[in-house]
Design a protein around this ligand. Structure first.
Ligand SMILES: [Zn+2]
Length: 168
């Protein structure tokens, strides 16, 4: 497993007094900040998937392909103690039958099939220097599909708006 220092954590030492290393989790996200990788971000942008600006200069959301398209996801749960997480797997009907679910012990959840994409977060610190240049070029060429409001209302920390034609 290759380790790296997540740019979000910078060079802050861990509680144990040495640099804590980050690694890519099985789902391809940074173990420190949960961001997808620069490669996954650009793959989504190049595929024409939508990028959603935020009010943070270091964060965007981006649609990425849903590996479990069509499988059920939990839309809402009410009154239950068991709050299913994103990795929830539907119970085996045979198991439910055997456990007598109709007699109690289970709450109802609202389900809906997963779509073709899901939203992931991307922390812009995860962009390399070359990645920042590629990001700016894509924005300027309108090669990035931006969700509402259609522009970065807070500029990414490595960008500054300039009037067209004002830079020689
Ligand atoms: Zn990170």
């Amino acid at each position: 497993m290759s380790e790296f220092i997540c740019p979000q954590q910078g060079s802050r030492p861990s509680a144990r007094g040495r640099e804590a290393k980050s690694y890519l989790r099985a789902d391809g996200t940074c173990s420190y900040c949960g961001s997808i990788t620069e490669q996954a971000f650009f793959a989504a942008v190049e595929a024409g998937l939508e990028v959603t600006p935020t009010d943070k200069s270091y964060k965007v959301y981006v649609d990425v392909p849903e590996e479990r398209a069509g499988q059920p996801r939990v839309v809402s749960v009410t009154g239950g103690d068991d709050q299913p997480g994103p990795d929830w797997i539907p119970a085996d009907p045979a198991h439910l039958e055997a456990s007598g679910w109709m007699g109690g012990g289970y709450n109802w959840m609202q389900l809906a099939p997963r779509g073709a994409t899901r939203q992931a977060k991307f922390y812009l610190e995860h962009l390399s220097y070359e990645g920042q240049i590629r990001f700016v070029a894509l924005v300027n060429a309108k090669g990035m599909q931006l969700a509402y409001p259609g522009f970065f209302y807070v500029a990414p920390f490595f960008c500054e708006p300039v009037r067209k034609g004002s830079v020689a």
